[in-house]
Design a protein around this ligand. Sequence first.
Ligand SMILES: [Fe+2]
Length: 716
Amino acid sequence: MPTFKVTVYTVRQINLEKMDDIYLTLLDSEKQSSERTLVDRSWFSSFKTEFSLDIHVEKNIGNIVQVKLEKHKHNHPWFCEHIKVQTPSGDCFEFPCYWWLVDENEVMIREGTARLPQDDTKSFQEQRKDELESRRKIFRWKEWSPGFPMSIDADLNDLPKEVQFDLEKEIDWYCNFMKVGVYLGLKKFEGLVESWKDIKDIRQLFEVLGTLGHKVLGLDDFSSVTNVCSLSRELDLVPFSGNHVYKMIVCQFSNFKQKLYIQTQLLQETSNDVMENWNQDYMFGYQFLNGCNPVMIRKCMQLPDKFPVTQEMVKRFLKTGHTLQQELQAGNIYIADYEILKGVPASSSQRYLTAPICLLYKNDLNQIVPIAIQLSQTPGETSPIFLPSDNGLDWMLAKMWVKSSDFNVHQLVTHLLKTHLFSEVFEMAMYRQLSAVHPVYKLLMPHVRFTIAINAEARVKLIGKDGIFSKVASISGDGMGTLMKNAMETLTYKSLCFPEDIKARGMEDVPKYYYRDDGKMIWEAIHCFVSDVVKIYYDSDEKVQKDEEIQGFVNDVACSGMNNSANFPKSLESREQLVEYLTVVIFTASAQHAAVNFGQFDWYAWIPNSPSTMRKPPPQKKDQVDMKYIMDSLPDRDCSSMALATVWALTQTEHTERFLGMYPDMYFTEQPVKEAIKTFCHRLEEVTNIIKIRNGGLTLAYCYLSPDKIPNSVAI
Ligand SMILES: [Fe+2]
């Protein structure tokens, strides 16, 4: 009797010993099938991640093209990674699954070769339609809050199992949770609403953190299951079910301690530099190029009427003998305009927000330095233009105001909207429109991992009604909606194409713009990889036009996810357009998110450098503020410590992080794609080396876009 040898791969899961009955059936292209075979239950209690079974077939069935998995009863969900089938003649076929079997259901797993819908047989085309129809019932669009792009119609607690954190990520998230930061050292500032005495006084926060590294090495709070349980209660964290999960936390705590130790030491290096030099104009200017929000600055060839800076005001800051007009024409003047904040209300009557404009200059030392700041969009007597020659306190406060506005725009627009929420739109459209056997589904899956889950967390813990953001920042609730609306109205698809964005902002030739230099190399690497993959499946532009699933995907992104944005393509006509589109999706989820996420601790830890909010109105006249006014403007002690703990938590990577190009899940089974992945990894290694060598010669290394530090997806 012919025998097929089947190996099933899964992951470590809790409660496997209580697993329901699982049946497995092999099917050939004529829908002839093997016997429906019950998986031996003893396997589930063995805690192994792979098991084999022999399936005997009486009749002569052909090539196996599908495996049907059925789960009976409905006790525990079960995750199947993939299945390998060895035929009686010794040939092997892979069946990637990576799907949860929840309650009582069945999954049909196609053989791994990716196929476009039009290349499939009629009956498989029908099956694909059914697959997508049932996915669309799970992944429904919803406008979480007016002004926001669409997201998933599910709360944190009822997310589809497929998009939830896995156990390891959940434990990592748990360990990194911001309250741990507070618990470890910043708790002493909790509830203290007084202002800091002076700038030096804020160092207290750093002193706590400075000694934190040493403290954690001796810390044994997580060294026993009892301690972990009591700590979770104390921190009000959602408890995990089962002691074995706490045991895993205990096991991982030594990793966690080590990471925290290293980070607090690094913090001292990077942030010491920020702490020492934050008020220097070159350091202020540097952050427009290589800080957390390197996308606001643009070349200014002509001053806008609303910002009437004169030659007289700035001549002493320009190269000797040069006029402002000459410098504008020479391309040495830059601008950061926060017009997007115009009309956005502050979160409370004790918080203030404005929409400043900052003029910057490329000086003789090739540094970008500020030369004029206006703290509103309306010039006039009550909105003077502040200059570096003003008294020190006026100029310092003006810069703080710009950085505070920048903090809010960065968090909500550059970071949340343009990486987190856009990636969720792409992820949703992928689930709704692309069959699991579509090559683009296989290509994008690693780049949307945990994105819906982290966003669902953020909607509750960060940007929700009582979330952290409402406590530390200037904008919440209605203000967020207005800002999102402003951002969506000015958004263009082309601005997500990295090289086009650099060009549109006139930033192609500014020196020391490492975000641009590194970003371009990564964009190129992703573009080449995507192009290699697209070429394998599409041999003509017509194939793109006739691919209903791809057209449905692009259309769903524009018409549903992006609220019918006129600036997003609703269809794709050529392979070139498809390659660019997919490069946007992958670049946004990986490199762009890394560039705007992982510098938060470096640049925001020192509160005066980037106040998360301002508690006094912006000055309307020069020479009127004193140090007390400035300290009363900055976040109070409680708010500062909360902001610090938050940015610490948000800059963590998982201890088993999957960095750019790492594809441990085998969605693709064909050799040409495996070759393309190899080439991609090789290119990324080269980019990592180039960046490493460049950084060796810099006082302040730029590491956020080093491929070995860029996670594949938005997951923090
Ligand atoms: Fe993030």
